[in-house]
Design a protein around this ligand. Structure first.
Ligand code: AOS
Ligand code: ZN
Ligand code: ZN
Length: 389
């Protein structure tokens, strides 16, 4: 661990990554949801799997829930179950995209009855937050239109602003709201929250406890995502990431699988802005689906990829970078970044885990643990994550 300063090492040790409950269920594309033996049958078992990833990696102590996919009778019991397993409930994700009523949208729907229903769902999510101790409500909307003229773009923004302000007003003082944007899909002509600017405009109107969620798969190809990260950090409005990888659209593949260099560039902006520390307010969450690969190893690989990108970003020689930038030395400045990116940080991370009493290689430890064999035998009839149910 010699190459990392003591400060960088302690930052690396405090980094946490929140896992999505839905990553542990069966998922697929619109063509097919494949089944995997041993997937969780209920939210309790999803939490068991999150806890298993945390035991091995030491960096995933929270789980995001999705309501109603993770609806249970007794949320306090679910919270106690999580805490017994050594994890806590993180973000509560609302879901206003799978009900027949939401065909023309939810919070921006032209029909007031449907807007009221969508707001009521968010109020239910806020109750779930109170019962589970979750600090964050995450809103992603499938709202939009497919054809020019289908609805008024401007009226939809007004309806959305009004509904969001009602939801925001219902939050407790220690709760926050994060609003996720997405360029397109399922709407194909226009989306009501398509970009970070629109999300930011709504958040600014709501108040300080409203921030933007950046899902790395939700942009046009070629978008400079680290620029958006830097800008939102400047404004104090980067609430959280939904990390994943994409080759084409919103592919939800393992983070760092498609473009590890992009992940490093994002983490470099985070480290540069001093936003890695847990009290910086930025949530590092995953939003992924493992359609082909095993779910738990998929989440372990993801957590390790984020950790590796973070370690590389922490290795950047900031003094040398600042000097090269100040003197206009383009190639040297770039070389400082590339040196850090090209460093193999796996030995450093193995050493760090060893010093924390963890197995140096969490993937190897998991595959040798017998956990997969156990859940395959015990869990029969696991459920889909939500889409293919
Ligand atoms: C949808 O594309 C978004 O990424 C949301 O975060 C969504 O809630 C999540 O992917 C589960 O469908
Ligand atoms: Zn997302
Ligand atoms: Zn998405």
């Amino acid at each position: 661990m010699s190459d990392l300063s003591a400060e960088a090492l302690s930052l690396l040790q405090t980094q946490t990554i929140e896992l999505p409950s839905w990553a542990f269920g069966n998922s697929g594309t619109r063509f097919r949801v494949f089944t995997t033996a041993g997937v969780p049958r209920d939210p309790y078992e999803k939490i068991d799997d999150v806890a298993q990833v945390h035991r091995l990696t030491g960096v995933t102590p929270r789980v995001s829930l999705h309501i109603p996919w993770d609806r249970v009778e007794d949320y306090e019991a679910l919270r106690a179950h999580a805490e017994n397993q050594g994890v806590t409930i993180g973000t509560i994700n609302s879901n206003v995209f799978q009900d027949e009523d939401y065909k023309l949208g939810s919070l921006a729907n032209p029909d007031e009855r449907i807007r009221r229903k969508a707001v009521a769902h968010h109020l239910e999510c806020i109750d779930v937050m109170r019962a589970t101790g979750s600090p964050t409500l995450k809103i992603w909307l499938a709202d939009g239109t497919n054809y020019p003229g289908q609805d008024s773009i401007r009226a939809r923004q007004d309806r959305l602003a009004e509904a969001l302000s009602e939801i925001y007003a219902a939050l407790d003082e220690d709760q926050q709201l994060v609003l996720e944007y997405k360029l397109f899909e399922p709407s194909f002509y226009h989306t009501d929250v398509p970009d970070w600017g629109t999300s930011l405009v709504h958040c600014l109107a709501l108040g300080e406890r409203a921030k933007v969620v950046l899902d790395t798969g939700h942009h046009a190809p070629g978008t400079n995502i680290e620029f958006i990260v830097a800008q939102l950090l400047r404004l104090g409005r980067l609430g959280a990431f939904d990390f994943n990888s994409r080759f084409y659209a919103d592919d939800d593949l393992i983070v760092g699988a498609a473009d590890p260099f992009q992940l490093f560039r994002i983490m470099h902006e985070i480290v540069s802005a001093g936003a890695l520390a847990p009290d910086s307010g930025v949530g590092f969450m995953l939003d992924q689906c493992h359609n082909l690969e095993e779910k738990i190893p998929g989440e372990i690989r993801s957590a390790l990829n984020v950790q590796e990108a973070t370690a590389k970003a922490l290795l950047v020689d900031r003094e040398a970078l600042a000097a090269a930038q100040a003197s206009g030395d383009v190639l040297s400045a770039n070389a400082v970044l590339m040196d850090a990116y090209s460093t193999d940080v796996r030995p450093l991370l193995a050493e760090l885990r060893d010093s924390q009493g963890l197995a140096p290689d969490p993937m190897e430890a998991f595959l040798g643990s017998g956990y997969l064999e156990k859940i395959r035998a015990e869990r029969v009839g696991g459920t889909a994550a939500g889409w293919g149910a």
